[in-house]
Design a protein around this ligand. Structure first.
Ligand SMILES: CC(C)c1onc(-c2c(Cl)cccc2Cl)c1COc1ccc(-c2ccc3c(C(=O)O)csc3c2)cc1
Length: 229
């Protein structure tokens, strides 16, 4: 049974998740006419940079996050940014929201100069997320759980992060039972997506290298969070 505190936690996280979104003037640029590989890469870089800023603000609103060690907060953000962005872009690409960005975003990702080998696992992931029909609060909680992964590089107080993550896992488990009564395995399937995210994260490191070797520029924020350049 979901307790009063757990309901308050879901509400706080969902409000933060909905409050912190990429501004329209940034996402609107994805709708412009030019579709060259260079133009696509530039636009995706701009959107990714904005998404990182949004992610930082969202993370600060996760109850308990700001009481963690300051350096651990940074380590968690750096370690989870890519995975949180896969989840967020998956929401757009899985036609979750009638955002009108689904087609253009897919087109720009497919034609951004990324090597073919990453396309298949990436779009398989997007498809698998789409098949789950996650609700907004499940999306927000899954993103929170990804951010609160204790075994990221350089995290010192492993237990403190683990305690926070377990609180969120407990809430998500109850929510899944409540919202998907016909699918007893639904919670397990959600956690399976987190494993897939780790694999995509490893692919992403190689993606960045392949873009770098083709002399693609990233923004200072992305260079800092992804340790490139
Ligand atoms: C530096 C750049 C070339 C890059 O490197 N790896 C990845 C990258 C890729 Cl290509 C795939 C997955 C993860 C990453 Cl980091 C990227 C692009 O990252 C993105 C981040 C975030 C969005 C994103 C989010 C929200 C929304 C919304 C909305 O909320 O209304 C409407 S449109 C949209 C677009 C897209 C792409």
């Amino acid at each position: 049974e979901i307790t009063k505190e757990q309901r308050a936690l879901i509400k706080a996280i969902l409000d933060a998740y909905n409050r912190h979104q990429i501004p329209q003037d940034v996402t609107k640029k994805l709708l412009q006419e030019q579709y060259s590989a260079e133009e696509n890469f530039l636009l995706l870089t701009e959107v990714a940079t904005s998404q990182v800023q949004v992610l930082v603000e969202f993370t600060k609103n996760i109850p308990g996050f700001l009481s963690l060690d300051r350096e651990d907060q940074i380590a968690l953000l750096k370690g989870s940014a890519v995975e949180a962005m896969f989840l967020r872009s998956a929401q757009v690409l899985s036609k979750k929201m009638p955002s009108g960005y689904t087609e253009v975003l897919e087109e720009r990702i497919r034609k951004s100069g990324m090597s073919e080998e990453f396309m298949t696992p990436m779009f398989n992931f997007y498809k698998s997320i789409g098949e789950l029909h996650m609700t907004q609060d499940e999306q927000a909680l899954l993103t929170t759980i990804t951010i609160l992964t204790p075994d990221r590089p350089y995290v010192k107080s492993h237990e403190a992060v683990e305690r926070l993550q377990e609180t969120m896992l407990d809430v998500l488990r109850k929510l899944c039972v409540l919202q998907h009564p016909q699918e007893p395995q639904y919670f397990a399937r959600l956690l399976g997506r987190l494993t897939e995210l780790r694999t995509l994260h490893h692919y992403h490191v190689e993606m960045l290298t392949s873009w770098k070797t083709n002399d693609h520029k990233f923004t200072p924020l992305l260079c800092e969070i992804w340790d490139v350049q």
